[in-house]
Write a protein that binds this ligand. Structure first.
Ligand SMILES: NC(=O)c1ccc[n+]([C@@H]2O[C@H](COP(=O)([O-])OP(=O)(O)OC[C@H]3O[C@@H](n4cnc5c(N)ncnc54)[C@H](OP(=O)(O)O)[C@@H]3O)[C@@H](O)[C@H]2O)c1
Length: 274
């Protein structure tokens, strides 16, 4: 392990970035990764040893509707970061996604499986991976999936969407025929900071352990908060989401696996949704 003195985080005010306690976190307003002049100015001034690059457009529907925007942030923005980081000698740790895979595999995806993105978000993130890996052999790509975190103010994903329904004891449906690997942003952030002080490079997967459907996650939360909601198990096709949605989003994290997702999810709900 070598000691790293300085970490810079892009997308630092997002769901995952907010949990990173060491280093300088830059919001989109402070560092827009699509603006290479700004990237150059800030990286040369801040002189980080490691850039944890989280800035991205993560809304899959927005990416499908605006492929040029997805490309400019997730692909060109990542290229800008990788290029300037290389010039100043900094390592890049880039957080990527299971969406680089097509979801057709039977069983969980390992880090050496061949990416084959089938939607705009997945494609733009994969191009980002290639930029990071091609720029410098010391760079690290970390794929993860189904992040939850942020609490009431920042959780715009599945958990954040169903919490008000569970609190109000409403009846709702959740997809049960697609599985992913739920991952607590807080757990991942701890691991990112550890890896920032290591020489780990290439591509790895990091998730909480186990796999789950959205329905499974909803049931764990229901039990945790003792909600009286009725949750119906539903098929993905009943939501009318087809074509660019994936059937299998499960990642195998090998050596980098975190604690079980159920334990992490219960802690998140108890602590951050009090
Ligand atoms: N959420 C998941 O389930 C998941 C799964 C796998 C991988 N990831 C990856 O993990 C990383 C962090 O995701 P997250 O869940 O924390 O997403 P998030 O909450 O949407 O955070 C992304 C951040 O990037 C910022 N951003 C957007 N465009 C930018 C630009 N041009 N320049 C600089 N910053 C910009 C956003 O700012 P604004 O809010 O102001 O737009 C936001 O603060 C992303 O790279 C994502 O692809 C996420």
């Amino acid at each position: 392990m070598k000691k790293i003195s300085k970490i810079l985080i892009t997308g630092g005010e997002g769901m995952l970035g907010s949990y990173i306690s060491s280093g300088s976190r830059f919001s989109r307003e402070e560092l827009d990764v699509t603006d290479i002049n700004q990237v150059e100015k800030i990286l040369r001034t801040d002189k980080p040893d490691v850039v944890i690059h989280l800035a991205a457009i993560t809304d899959m529907k927005k990416c499908e509707d605006n492929p040029d925007l997805a490309r400019s942030i997730n692909e060109i923005g990542t290229y800008n970061i990788a290029k300037i980081a290389k010039e100043i000698g900094a390592k890049v740790i880039y957080v990527s996604t299971n969406a680089v895979f097509d979801g057709e595999k039977v069983g969980s995806y390992i880090s050496v499986d061949l990416p084959h993105p089938v939607n705009v978000y997945g494609h733009s993130k994969y191009m980002g991976e290639l930029a990071v890996l091609g720029m410098d052999s010391k760079n690290l790509v970390i794929r993860t999936s189904w992040i939850f975190g942020g609490g009431k103010n920042k959780d715009k994903k599945f958990v954040g969407k169903i919490m008000p329904k569970l609190i109000a004891n409403e009846t709702f449906s959740a997809v049960d025929d697609v599985k992913g690997t739920p991952t607590y942003a807080k757990d991942l952030a701890v691991m990112l900071q550890k890896l920032a002080t290591s020489d780990t490079s290439g591509v790895i997967h990091i998730t909480n352990s186990g796999s789950a459907s959205r329905y499974d996650m909803a049931m764990v939360i229901k039990e945790t908060i003792k909600s009286k909601s009725q949750i119906n198990s539903a098929l993905l096709s009943s939501f009318g989401l087809t074509g660019n949605t994936l059937k299998n989003e499960v990642l195998d994290s090998g050596l980098y696996v975190l604690r079980p997702w159920q334990e992490a999810l219960k802690e998140y709900i108890r602590i951050e949704w009090k």
